[in-house]
Ligand binder design. Structure first.
Ligand SMILES: Nc1nc2c(ncn2[C@@H]2O[C@H](COP(=O)(O)OP(=O)(O)OP(=O)(O)O)[C@@H](O)[C@H]2O)c(=O)[nH]1
Ligand SMILES: [Mg+2]
Length: 319
């Protein structure tokens, strides 16, 4: 058995083992999973910020600019980016962007990219586990970049304490974002590429739409403009993230988020685990084999078969 507190203590002093441990977790290595069992009670201290939005809106650039500012204030920060292979970014992955910053030679920043390509489901699940490891390693702030649609229940956004939705003019006019429902998950909304035409108009449109009660809580959602390349407006984005962090603590909303996160993580894990099992060895489950046989013999409708199989989860009594 891994001695978790020793491991965590070592990791907090010296992050050199972190990349290897992250890889082990990502590969679902049995040692890593055992390590997570031991580490998990020590997590829950980090503030996890999901940075989401349509492809190419400038999420990675904004994160690089945020990291720069966070480091000026001396706070350690970890960044997890999902699918840096998105065609819009033109191959410039987040790590490269952050390395371009002068302050990168710095043990207070850890950046990890995670490929979603070729992965058989379970991305949200795997991401959450990596976040737990970063949390245990002592990063007080963890930024997670994802391409979000706002409609995918498995999105990392639901696992985060704060969600920053990044939009930009040109890629849709804001009305589309409102229709897609992506704004509803945002605690902070950023109109990036403020140097481009249409940005002011988009900010006004989004501010008005929040005035009409788009927000899920009774907190006013700030709509901010930024230029991730020049850094203009990025201080305000960071201030809004910090303000939301404080707001969560003052209103007891953090506990609500954590419960929602735990629920989302278990459900997403359950879905992944079921899909994998069924994809790999459907015949290895006697209950499933039996159900399929009964449906084949027309003794039971497929719907009843599914109800029977899921009965232990739903608590219903089906025979
Ligand atoms: N003019 C302008 N260009 C920007 C700004 N922010 C980012 N860009 C450019 O927009 C393009 C996409 O930026 P990324 O940061 O890769 O956007 P992303 O949302 O991370 O993209 P994906 O991860 O591929 O979805 C790059 O060419 C950036 O240089 C900005 O504020 N103004
Ligand atoms: Mg990106």
């Amino acid at each position: 058995m891994v001695n978790a507190s020793q491991l965590v203590e070592r990791l907090r002093d010296d992050k050199r083992a972190l990349p290897r441990l992250m890889t082990l977790v990502e590969n679902e290595d049995p040692f890593a999973l055992q390590m997570l069992d031991a580490l998990f009670p020590l997590t829950g201290r980090a503030h996890v910020v999901g940075i989401t939005g349509s492809p190419g809106t400038g999420k990675s650039s904004l994160i690089a600019s945020l990291v720069d500012r966070i480091r000026i204030s001396g706070r350690p920060v970890a960044v997890l980016a999902i699918d840096p292979s998105s065609p819009v970014s033109g191959g410039a992955v987040l790590g490269d962007r952050i390395r371009m910053l002068a302050r990168f030679a710095d043990s207070g920043v850890y950046v990890r990219s995670m490929a979603s390509r070729g992965r058989q489901g379970g991305l949200a699940w795997a991401t959450a586990e990596l976040v737990h490891l970063l949390d245990a390693a002592g990063f007080p702030l963890i930024l997670v970049e994802t391409v979000g649609t706002g409609q995918d229940g498995t999105d990392i956004a639901v696992l985060a304490d704060s969600v920053v939705v990044v939009q930009s003019p040109g890629l849709g006019d804001g009305v589309q974002a409102i229709k897609a429902g992506i704004l509803e998950i945002g605690d902070v909304v950023v109109v990036n590429k403020s140097d481009q035409p249409g940005a002011d108009q988009m900010v006004r449109l989004l501010r008005n739409s929040f005035g009409l009660g788009q927000s899920s809580s009774n907190r006013a959602v700030p709509v901010l403009a930024s230029n991730a390349l020049s850094g203009e407006g990025v201080d305000s984005v960071l201030a809004a993230i910090d303000a939301h962090c404080d707001w969560l603590d003052q209103n007891g909303d953090r506990a609500v988020r954590r419960e929602r996160g735990a629920r989302a993580e278990v459900l997403s894990g359950l879905r992944t685990s079921l899909e994998r099992r069924l994809a790999q060895r459907p015949e290895s489950s006697p209950a499933l084999t039996n159900a399929i046989a009964r449906v084949t013999r027309r003794e039971m409708t497929p719907r009843r078969a599914v109800e029977m199989l899921t009965a232990p989860l739903t608590g219903s009594n089906v025979s």
